[in-house]
Design a protein around this ligand. Structure first.
Ligand SMILES: Cc1ncc(COP(=O)(O)O)c(C=O)c1O
Length: 442
């Protein structure tokens, strides 16, 4: 390794606190350059990004139109406060509203996904005058205080006992359900029925919102059964509850539609987004609210604010990014490459005894590892992996320069949306080889 690479690694380890890590275990790969779905270290080794970094780098590295748009904007002005008219701010908001269902009205920009979710909570509470917020156990909504309280999985634990009024319910995880359903519709009826019961017991008039990742992402690409989201929509309408879809990870083309809720024929009241709106070229997030909610704030104070709300550089990147999605016909590519990925995943499930389930939609996928296909006993217990088995599996993939991450007993694969079907085939051979090794471990 070069001196520069050594220094990058040394400083990272010595001075950076790295997220979600025991600091003594961190081992960053110094990256010299990156292009498309690939990254190179200082020794010329090529790594394939099969997770789009943190499921945000949808367009891959080096997307020229976004780079040029940022450069152009820096020459005009880099920053204007939220109350000034900044061209890219209004332009991007209009583009987002144009992509949304016809009930949606306005956008409030944030810096990322967590603060988008902080603000969905505030907006739903201000609009409804109610306090309680429902969200699901198998979910991640960000690590700030409010978003962390929305989060249901173990990353919420450091915030506990947490803020009052955050209620959790179980999501429709059909693969691990003890009840055997005849159809997706029957499963939906069951889960929506349980949710209705919980709403009644909590007091419907006290509930401001139900917040859901439209498709649960980092907790295992859990795709709701047919009829589930329309069922939740009906409950929200019945009780005057805001239906909030967190599209931070599933939005912006990831599932083969521009927004994941389009797969289920529902119109939410509020949507949070981030990640793919700029693909991280500059960080940006936001909240989209319905026309009704937007009108409410004509005469009521919108008590939300951020110094960098609608940052001009981020919005310029966003305008270029959304235009790129259209110009590159990204959805067609997601569906084409996603179909190949899906076929390969099904083959892996049929071939490997350690693969209990595969779930995929577009280029959003998870491989669920088990000790026993029949009992579905997970390869590692929920919230526990004392021997670091999943870390070892991810390490085996990394040794093949296949970069992705795991959650619980699942390998998550979400490559950039520009990946070609040939690249999918080439990369997934490595997963097949690693699963051969996993099969021997059980
Ligand atoms: C569904 C979902 N919501 C919110 C967030 C938080 O976004 P950020 O990390 O930009 O704060 C994430 C991050 O992974 C996410 O997956």
């Amino acid at each position: 390794m070069s001196e520069r690479a050594d220094k990058i690694k040394e400083y990272h380890k010595k001075y950076n606190l790295q997220s979600w890590s025991k600091q003594k275990d961190i081992n960053p790969i110094p990256i010299e350059k990156a292009e498309g779905i690939y990254m190179w270290d200082f020794d010329g080794n090529r790594y394939t990004d099969m997770s789009s970094q943190l499921v945000n780098l949808n367009v891959g590295h080096g997307c020229r139109p976004i780079i040029d748009a940022i450069k152009e904007q820096t020459e005009k002005y880099c920053y204007l406060g939220p109350s000034y008219g900044a061209e890219p701010r209004g332009e991007l908001a209009k583009m987002i509203i144009d992509l949304m269902p016809d009930n949606m009205g306005k956008v409030f920009f944030t810096n990322g996904g967590a603060d988008a979710n902080e603000n969905v909570v505030k907006i739903a509470r201000m609009y409804t005058g109610r306090q309680k917020i429902f969200s699901r156990y198998r979910s991640y909504h960000g690590s700030t205080y409010g978003a962390g309280n929305l989060t249901g999985e173990p990353r919420r634990y450091p915030l506990e006992p947490g803020a009052p009024g955050f209620i959790k319910f179980f999501d429709p995880y059909v693969y691990r359900e003890k009840i055997k359903f005849e159809s997706e519709e029957e499963a939906s009826e069951y889960y929506v029925g349980k949710l209705r019961e919980q709403i009644i017991y909590e007091g419907p008039d006290s509930i401001a919102a139900i917040v859901m990742e439209t498709i649960t992402g980092s907790n295992g690409v859990i795709i709701p059964p047919k009829g589930y989201l329309p069922g939740v929509r009906k409950l929200c309408d019945e009780f005057g509850i805001m239906m909030i879809c967190d599209e931070v990870m599933a939005g912006w083309g990831r599932t083969g539609k521009m927004f994941a809720f389009e797969n289920f024929d529902v119109k939410p009241d509020i949507v949070s987004f981030a990640k793919g709106v700029t693909c991280g070229y500059v960080q940006l997030g936001g909240v989209v609210v319905s026309k009704k909610i937007a009108e409410f704030f004509d005469d009521h104070l919108l008590s939300c604010g951020l110094t960098y709300s609608g940052h001009p550089l981020a919005c310029a990147a966003g305008v270029a990014c959304v235009n790129y999605y259209k110009d590159a016909d990204i959805l067609t590519n997601v569906n084409k490459s996603g179909a190949v990925l899906g076929e390969i995943l099904e083959d892996l499930k049929a071939k490997h005894k350690s693969v209990g389930d595969v779930r995929y939609i577009g280029l959003f996928s998870a491989i669920e590892l088990v000790k026993d296909k029949a009992t579905k006993e997970p390869l590692v217990e929920y919230g526990k992996d004392p021997e670091g088995i999943m870390g070892k599996i991810i390490g085996m993939l990394k040794a093949k320069k296949f970069m992705c991450y795991s959650h619980e007993n699942m390998i998550l694969i979400s490559p950039p949306l520009i990946i070609t079907p040939e690249q999918v085939k080439e990369e997934m051979v490595k997963v097949d080889e690693v699963l051969d090794e996993v099969d021997k471990m059980i």
